[in-house]
Design a protein around this ligand. Structure first.
Ligand code: FE2
Ligand code: FE2
Length: 200
């Protein structure tokens, strides 16, 4: 089944909305679009084992959960900005009140930080988001930018999240745990720790 086939018109509109913000936004992470595509891939894998979830709610949250990275004050948590934009966008699109509330919760809680996922759909997004970091360049980017301790902590948080919601089948969970250990080995040996500019 093609990716397009699993996207409803509303999900396709959310995808176009994200890409517009990604292309025109002020705070561009060059790999952000690739990240969202990786999250969508993991979401579809998890949904195969959980057909009881509302697929459209999860896919809308995939395309909107990191839109807050593309605009506004960098000091404000991107999950807050993304939730605000999700509410505005879905309201303008005429989505039902229930859909708006459910998608906004997925988006707001995806970091499993100050707001914790409390629906199946939100747990799927959080799991897919964390799984995607393990199969992408996320930790390398942080290490290259000199944020090694943040990258190490992020591996631990991602492993915690894919374990705590118990949505991955045992084989996938084991594969990702092995990948996580691989990343920990890579970062434990990362040679470029001091990236401060040379001064004399
Ligand atoms: Fe995020
Ligand atoms: Fe994300």
């Amino acid at each position: 089944m093609s990716e397009r086939a699993v996207r409803t018109p509303l999900v396709e509109a959310a995808r176009e909305h994200f890409i517009k913000f990604f292309r025109e936004g002020s705070l561009i992470y060059p790999y952000l679009l690739k990240h969202i595509e990786e999250v969508e891939k993991w979401t579809l894998i998890i949904l195969e084992d959980h057909p009881e979830a509302d697929k459209e709610t999860v896919l809308l949250s995939v395309w909107l959960h990191d839109i807050g990275h593309t605009f506004g004050d960098k000091q404000i948590d991107h999950a807050e900005k993304s939730a605000y934009e999700t509410l505005e966008f879905l309201d303008q699109m005429g989505a039902s009140r229930e859909k708006i509330i459910n998608v906004t919760h997925c988006v707001r809680s995806h970091r499993c930080k100050d707001v914790i996922p409390n629906s199946l759909e939100a747990k799927i997004l959080a799991t897919a988001d964390s799984a995607s970091h393990l199969t992408d360049v996320n930790y390398i980017i942080h290490a290259q930018e000199g944020d090694l301790e943040y990258a190490k902590g992020k591996i631990r948080r991602d492993l915690r999240d894919i374990e705590q919601f118990q949505l991955l089948n045992p084989k996938l969970l084991e594969q990702l745990q092995n990948i996580g250990r691989g990343w920990e080995t890579i970062l434990a040996n990362w040679p470029f720790v001091d990236t401060q500019p040379f001064t004399n």
